[in-house]
Design a protein around this ligand. Structure first.
Ligand code: DGL
Length: 280
């Protein structure tokens, strides 16, 4: 088979964005699964949280970020934020000429594949849960599955604060997750990119009989397929190193850098640059 590789396009980075640090859980999975790809990550740390903002605002923010990422010549964009995936994926796909994926479909697909009881719980921001996006997408795969959503708005600030293992976080999690006490779910989607960082706390409360879905894993698989379908895969000899990954934020870089370097990324983050996202 003769595969035509346009090296410039193939060597271009993947654009990934989130409202803050949470999307690093998706970047981490992409770096692990696609070690030949380099990444340009943007965290909108000045305007986090997205979870309580309106659809119009999230679309406006997401378009600005896509414009910024395109100035870095990204070959594809991953919306590593459930709220932005829920509200802005279709608008971005209509407006911009690069392949764009979100995290909702990959997470929904994994959950449908895993559930036996056909009763799935979803936790996320108020925006994601009230949009009912997970219910809609899960019903496209299996209309008989029952989906029970629960917003957990305090989880994001706890994660941003770095309180991943803390009695306060345990107590907050117990209160939120008691929603599922009598619902007989066997699968729970961590429908916010910050939540995989609370995985051990959530696991302790939900127990071993509930399968926790981290949409990041499936998103990385889906990205691999997307790059291949568009002939955009990076050549196998180009192993990305830490200098090729670039990180940008809209607020001060120090906290982001410290956080990023505490969550077991495959690379040390050496440099984070602050940009004025409102200019895009
Ligand atoms: N990262 C966002 C998400 O996945 C949550 C944080 C926020 O509210 O901005 O929905």
């Amino acid at each position: 088979m003769n595969i035509n590789i346009n090296t410039d396009a193939n060597l271009a980075p993947i654009g990934i964005f989130d409202s803050g640090v949470g999307g690093l859980t998706v970047a981490r999975e992409i770096m692990r699964q696609l070690p030949n790809e380099s990444v340009v990550y943007f965290g909108d740390t000045a305007r986090v949280p997205y979870g309580s903002k309106s659809e119009g605002t999230i679309i406006r923010y997401s378009k600005q970020i896509a414009r910024f990422l395109l100035t870095k010549h990204v070959k594809a964009i991953v919306i590593a934020c459930n709220t932005a995936s829920a509200f802005a994926l279709e608008s971005l796909q209509r407006e911009f000429d690069v392949p764009i994926i979100g995290v909702i479909k990959p997470g929904a697909k994994t959950a449908v594949a895993e559930t036996v009881t056909k009763r799935i719980g979803v936790i996320g921001t108020e925006g994601t849960i009230h949009s009912q996006i997970y219910t809609k997408v899960i019903h496209e795969y299996d209309p008989e599955t029952v989906v029970i959503g629960k917003p957990c708005p305090l989880f994001c600030p706890l994660v941003e604060e770095g309180w991943l293992h803390d009695t306060v976080t345990d107590e907050v999690a117990r209160r939120y997750l008691s929603e599922f006490d009598d619902k007989n779910i066997d699968t729970l989607i961590l429908g916010c990119t910050h939540y995989p960082l609370l995985r051990s706390t959530i696991k302790k409360i939900m127990g071993d009989n509930v399968y926790l879905v981290n949409p990041a894993y499936e998103t990385a698989l889906r990205l691999r397929e997307l790059l291949s379908a568009n002939n955009l895969t990076s050549p196998s000899e180009s192993i990305a190193d830490s200098k090729q990954h670039r990180f940008y934020v809209s607020d001060t870089p120090e906290k982001f850098k410290a956080f990023g370097n505490s969550i077991d990324l495959p690379f040390y983050i050496e440099k984070v640059e602050q940009i004025n996202i409102e200019a895009f």
